[in-house]
Each structure stands twice: as structure tokens, then as C-alpha cells.
Design a protein around this ligand. Structure first.
Ligand code: ADP
Ligand code: MG
Length: 220
């Protein structure tokens, strides 16, 4: 373990994260739609692309934020307002809860970031009541939060912790394949939901991957 200046994650870093996630949602729109076509109503790609395109437009229109919370709140409100599906309120709540946990500062440290993401997970649970193994976005987000926190607690730096979180989200996403859906539209299929990857867990893995590639400066 090396002792260096604590990494701070500032408004500009969060701005990069939002934009990277919007690009990923756009790039993977067809994949998310195909996954939702198998066990839902084939709109998750359109929902995430529309929502994140609107979020980036809202961030651009605001012309700067003096706090991380203000940026995250803008994204959350825009998602709630622009996405009709389950994912709009769920992702919206994720960002709004992160905003509520972010205080008033223009920069956070690594531990704060883990706390924010975990608060966002709590919002998703409050809103959607998902439990582990229900085959939802929870199943990618919860392992990512746990990995982020555990990695930081063990003394790894933020870049390492976010990389671990991204791997955990990917593994959580993959683990949804054999699950029987208990929440959302996929639950209507009963046993026929088994054998398909959850669309929301897939977009969450993109969100966490985007965090790993943007929240830490290349040479901190
Ligand atoms: P809709 O289901 O309304 O068409 P989307 O297709 O955009 O909305 O999003 C579907 C995703 O939302 C699912 O793959 C799942 O991950 C997530 N989801 C649905 N219901 C819940 C819930 N109650 N809790 C957590 N995530 C959920
Ligand atoms: Mg859908």
C-alpha cells in the first residue's frame, strides 16, 4: 500500500461519468433491447438511451454545477421525467439518493463515493423492493457496491476499487441468467424467465464500467 494524496472525485469527474454512461447506453441500445425483448417488452435500450440523452442535455443546459449533489439531482430528475418504464423511476431514484448523500461539496473522496453508490442502491430497493436473486438491476448493483466498499476498506486505491466494482457488476449481471425473475415484467414469464440475462443488470454493469473508466484521473 502506498500513501498518496487522497483521491478526490469532483463535479467534472461525475460529469464525465454521466456522459460515458450515456454513450454506453447508446452504443448498447440494441443489446439492451434484445435482452428486454426476451423477457420483457423490448424497450430497455430505448428507455436508457432516451433517458441518458435527456440527462446529458439537461446537464448541458444547466451550464455548470457548484456541487456534485446538484449534478446528480439534475440527472435523477431528468430520468424520472423522461423514462416511462420501471427503469426511469429506479435509475432516477438511484441518482437522487446519491445526490441526497453527496452533501454540498464540489468534490468527494473515495469513501464518500462508496457511500453514495450504496445510498443509491438503498433507493433502488426502497422503490422496487427487489431482493437478492430476484433477477433485477439489484443483482449487479449490490455486488458492485460491496466490492467497492470492501476494496477500499482493504486499502486499495479508488482506481483498483472501481475496477473491482466493475468486475463484480459484470459477474452479478452474468449471474442473473439462471435466475427466476421475481420482480418487474420478467416475473410474468415465471419459469420462462430462466436462461436469459436481465436487461437492467446489464445496463447497471455499463454504469459501473463507465464509473471505472471516468471517475479516476488517468494519472492521479
Ligand atoms: P419496463 O420493465 O417497465 O419495460 P425497462 O425495460 O426499462 O422497464 O427496465 C426493465 C428492468 O428494470 C429489468 O430488467 C430489471 O432489471 C429492472 N426492474 C424491474 N422491476 C424492478 C424492481 N422492482 N426492482 C429493481 N429492478 C427492477
Ligand atoms: Mg421493458
Amino acid at each position: 500500500m502506498t500513501f498518496t494524496e487522497p483521491t478526490t472525485v469532483d463535479v467534472a469527474a461525475f460529469d464525465r461519468w454521466i456522459r460515458a454512461f450515456a454513450r454506453a447506453a447508446h452504443t448498447h441500445k440494441e443489446l439492451l433491447t434484445e435482452l428486454d425483448a426476451a423477457i420483457g417488452d423490448a424497450d430497455h435500450g430505448a428507455n436508457m438511451d432516451r433517458g441518458m440523452t435527456a440527462a446529458v442535455a439537461a446537464v448541458d443546459a444547466a451550464a455548470g454545477f457548484d456541487s456534485v449533489a446538484a449534478l446528480l439531482k439534475c440527472v435523477g430528475l431528468t430520468l424520472v421525467g423522461s423514462v416511462g418504464g420501471a427503469s426511469g423511476p429506479l435509475y432516477g431514484t438511484l441518482f437522487l439518493r446519491m445526490a441526497a448523500a453527496a452533501g454540498t461539496g464540489a468534490a468527494l473522496d473515495a469513501a464518500d463515493l462508496a457511500r453514495l453508490l450504496t445510498a443509491g442502491l438503498g433507493g433502488v430497493v426502497d422503490r422496487g423492493k427487489a431482493e437478492p436473486g430476484d433477477k433485477t438491476m439489484y443483482d449487479a448493483l449490490a455486488p458492485a457496491c460491496a466490492a467497492l466498499t470492501a476494496s477500499l476498506d482493504s486499502g486499495q486505491d479508488l482506481a483498483e476499487a472501481l475496477a473491482a466494482a466493475a468486475l463484480a457488476a459484470d459477474a452479478g449481471r452474468d449471474a442473473t441468467v439462471p435466475m427466476l425473475a421475481h420482480k418487474g415484467r420478467a416475473s410474468y414469464l415465471g419459469e420462462r424467465s430462466i436462461g436469459h440475462q436481465d436487461p437492467g443488470a446489464t445496463s447497471v454493469a455499463l454504469l459501473v464500467r463507465a464509473a471505472a473508466t471516468t471517475l479516476v484521473p488517468a494519472h492521479g
